[in-house]
Design a protein around this ligand. Structure first.
Ligand code: GCB
Length: 589
């Protein structure tokens, strides 16, 4: 799905700001919302209000505002685009339902031309539902308390923020228009190859031009698909981004009826043996699993935090991050493209794992993969999540790998049957990027059933935290044994996609005491000693970039404290040690 952009043939109106807001209500789209509340867009609604009934609400919440269609749009299609409605959205124009969408982290849009008039105002109501069930991605369970309140539980730790956490747009589009653009690049000595394919809404001649960063034309072609060559290409490299743009024009005779520009970078990605290659050169990932999480806004996108987070990534020597545990805002992906940060792009499939209910035994009280638990309907929702992620992010040079699940119960019966078709689907949709999943600690090389289907072994391991807590010597032995097992069994690159220790800033000790700043540092040092001894190792992503909000739990103190930065982005002691290591490594082993 194309990002809405302002072009010579398209206009864009941003609908962010304060919207009327309510939870519950009977058919609230039929008239003005009966509520004194206003909510900020973009933001999760949960932390905006002091009323815990709103924060903990399970079900539909409503946003409403008036919107005026620009008067010059009388011969245009009028489109409404919601960047994200978590987890399900319904859009009403005056009383009419114009769009419905399930999946909280991917965009959807509707052609509302038939319901609005140029220069006229309409009432826009958007319902968002935060319910998670066996057939949603991510999954969850709704229970009812003794006093009749509905409660949402889930198998991931981050808080189930909901609402309109990203922008809402009104835009105009010509009747005959560019519907989709796919760009696949390669490097052939000093020449860049650009395979493109354009989908239009109706058959029409198409012209494409490649523009370099100065706006100069460097290649051009006619037709809806083909391969362009850029001589003396400047590749997109980690830490040294360079972007070209593909200008796509739909023609009617000499007239340009639609014009759309898609930025792209020329780079290649390949897994060869135990190496991860970008532009043919071995790449070593340094960075983090992140979250979209800030005080008050929850998962609301915020450009100020975006800029600051990337400044901190640069400061600490991180060259990459994983979009744990859901697709991030498109602004984040484009920023990564422009600033040369490498991204592992993850679906929201986190928590397909009932073994976590068995505590550290890893023995599931009931099977994870079954018709009663996670079955075909779950897999269909998961397939949709993969389709929508790839449709949205396929042209980002920063994205070098798809991660289709976090910590599924890959050691259980049924895991292979569940995952095999999803890996096939991912490869069919994008044959150019490697595919991974992040492995839970219960899945060891001896009992995991799916690792051979994937390109890179991404391991989440917490030796020294959840296992061998406070005993780094034992943890070091366990970790090395575990990693050598995988390295010995598979001839694939291995990276640590999560390792971390909860740390209260300001807590200190001369001993190996969990929760202290010294312990976080010693824990990371121990991990790094082991990583450096494993040849097939291609990267390290610390869990987490920053502290983040979670649901309640006796092992959570106002959230997850494994951040290397606090929730307000101040460095803990470990940040300085990581910085020294990552600056020294410089993206190479
Ligand atoms: C994990 C999960 C991550 C959690 C983390 C933790 O394995 O993948 O979402 O936040 O552990 O800190 O417990």
């Amino acid at each position: 799905m194309l990002k809405p952009r302002s072009t010579p043939t398209r206009e864009l109106v941003n609908l962010d700001g304060l919207w009327r807001f309510s939870v519950g209500g009977d058919q609230p789209w039929t008239g003005p919302l009966d509520s004194a509340l206003e909510a900020a867009v973009p933001a999760s609604y949960n932390d905006l209000f002091t009323d815990s009934a709103i924060r903990d609400h399970v079900g539909w919440a409503w946003y409403q505002r008036e919107v005026r269609v620009p008067r010059g749009w009388s011969s245009e299609r009028v489109m409404l685009r919601v960047d994200a409605a978590t987890h399900e959205g319904k859009v009403y124009v005056d009383g009419v339902l114009v769009a419905e969408h399930v999946g909280g982290y991917t965009p959807f849009e509707a052609d509302i031309t038939a319901h609005v008039g140029a220069g006229q105002e309409f009432r826009l109501t958007i319902g968002v539902n935060n319910e998670l069930t066996n057939t949603t991605i991510p999954p969850g369970t709704i229970t009812v308390t003794q006093d009749g309140r509905r409660q949402q539980t889930y198998l991931h730790d981050f808080y189930n923020y909901a609402g309109l956490a990203r922008s809402v747009w009104l835009y105009s589009r010509p009747a005959t228009h560019v519907q989709d653009v796919t760009i696949v690049t390669g490097l052939d000595a000093g020449t860049g190859t650009v395979e493109y394919s354009v989908q239009t809404s109706a058959p029409a001649p198409v012209r494409v031009v490649v523009l370099d960063a100065t706006g100069a034309s460097v290649a051009a072609a006619d037709g809806t698909s083909g391969t362009l060559r850029i001589p003396d290409v400047t590749p997109w490299r980690p830490g040294a981004a360079y972007l070209y743009a593909l200008l796509v024009e739909v023609l009617d005779g000499d007239q340009v009826v639609d014009s759309y520009t898609e930025p792209f970078g020329v780079r290649s990605v390949e897994v060869r043996g135990t190496e991860f290659l970008i532009n043919g050169e071995p790449f070593y990932f340094t960075g983090f699993g992140k979250h979209e999480d800030t005080p008050v806004r929850g998962k609301g996108h915020d450009d100020a935090y975006l800029v600051h987070d990337f400044q901190l990534l640069d400061w600490i020597g991180a060259n990459s991050f994983r979009t744990s545990h859901y697709p991030y805002a498109e602004e984040v992906m484009e920023f990564a493209d422009r600033h040369g940060i490498v991204v592992i792009d993850e679906t929201a499939a986190v928590g397909l794992n009932l073994a976590v209910e068995g505590g550290l035994t890893g023995v599931p009280p009931r099977p994870t993969f079954s018709p009663e638990t996670f079955g075909e309907a779950t897999r269909e929702a998961h397939a949709d999540a993969i389709r929508e992620l790839i449709a949205r992010d396929k042209n980002h040079p920063s994205v070098v790998m798809w991660c289709i699940a976090n910590e599924p119960s890959s050691h259980e019966d049924g895991a292979r049957e569940y995952f095999e078709p999803l890996v096939e689907l991912t490869r069919k949709l994008d044959p150019t990027r490697p595919v991974c999943y992040a492995t839970v600690i219960f899945a060891r090389h001896e009992n995991d059933r799916i690792a051979d289907l994937f390109d890179v072994l991404c391991l989440n391991r917490y030796y020294g935290w959840y296992v061998a807590t406070g005993d780094l010597a034992t943890a070091e032995a366990y970790l090395e044994h575990d990693l050598r097992g995988w390295a010995g069994k598979y001839h694939k690159p291995i990276m640590m996609s999560e390792y971390g220790a909860d740390t209260m800033p300001g807590l200190h000790s001369v001993w190996d005491t969990p929760w202290t700043e010294e312990y976080q540092r010693a824990y990371l040092d121990m991990n790094h000693r082991v990583f450096d001894r494993i040849d097939a190792f291609v990267g390290e992503h610390v869990w987490n970039f920053a502290d983040f909000q979670t649901s309640h739990g006796i092992h959570r103190v106002d959230g997850n404290k494994k951040g290397v930065f606090t929730r307000d982005r101040r460095p803990k002691a470990a940040a300085h040690a990581l910085r020294a290591r990552w600056k020294r490594l410089g993206g190479r082993k």
